[in-house]
Write a protein that binds this ligand. Sequence first.
Ligand code: EMZ
Length: 385
Amino acid sequence: MNKSALPDPFEQARLEKGFGEMNDQNDPVTMLLRLKDVRKAAKNWRTFQSGGDEVGRIVVPSEVHIRETRQIPFEVDPPQHADYRSIVEPWFKRPLEEAYQVKLEAIVEKVIDEALTKDTIEIVEEFALVIQSRALTILLNTPFEEAKTWIDWGTHVFRSDESALDSDKANILYDYIDKEIDRAILSPADDLYSKLLASEINGKKLTKEEVKGVMILTFAGGRDTVINTITNSIAYFAEHPESLERIKNEPEITGRAIEELIRYFAPLTHMGRVVTQDTSVCEHAVKAQSRVSLCWASANRDAKTFENPNEIVIDRRLNPHVSFGFSTHNCLGATHARTLMKIILTTLVNKVTTIEILDHQDNIEDLDQFKRKVGFHELKVKFNA
Ligand code: EMZ
């Protein structure tokens, strides 16, 4: 009954000293593990920077060797951050529109209906990746057929079976985006590329490189995160049919259930910052130009704020989790992710009674001294109507 559990590897370090240390490609990271410290550092963008000269360095594992394009708005600090954010924000709020949700519903229903006809379905590749990619065509407002190409890329745009940072694979994404930008320049459509190309900051059009930066973030940031959330949810409901039943009988708890699943799964373990001046975290000195990370996954299990942090309390009320980040750089795709989850849960409770796990292979993230389960490489299940 615990295949769906994601144990908290940070507890001891969080309680004893409040920080952890990891080596990442010889560029060490001091990980902030307590909710209070994570929030404080997230707000303090002057000392804990997202921008800086080295593109890709705030991501852990660092992407400096596989990426030259700055992801926007995520690798930009205030005040410029706000200019970019105000351009993309309305577009990324479209999931609140009825027409958007109707399209998402059709996508989710089709995949669940198909799953119900099969004796076994592998959730990561045949379910979560398919839903994520097809749903992304709605977010970008591009033709549905594009999803086929994205599904072929697999669960992560930078990670392959051979390497966690595969530059050949990354180049496939970059080339694809370059072509799409050129296409949108030649024949503008009602899609995100065209929208960005037409946008201006202080009377100046965004450059191709800036548009590419937003697009890389849109493809990379919402991919394995969404796939892990969907897959972990299926594993959880397989082991907790009573929760599925409850959401069916009390649909008003759906929103809380989603927040709680996302708190517990913390699909993005942490995000880095570059320290701009000598400072200290938890009485531990950190030097200018070194890296810290804001460990959302650990902060979400901080017992100072969350009662029974290692349990999924499906109708948890007080839930100030940081799975979508915190402060300036809160997740741009959060509205899309939450809407998608609401539709998946609602469709599941209407169509599926029980889910059986037939086979599984855990996906364990290697954070040097910490090993964290983030989801599954493979999860074979059977859906019962
Ligand atoms: C970056 C990151 C953003 C990074 C919100 O998360 O997600 C990671 O999966 C990517 O590798 O480049 O987009």
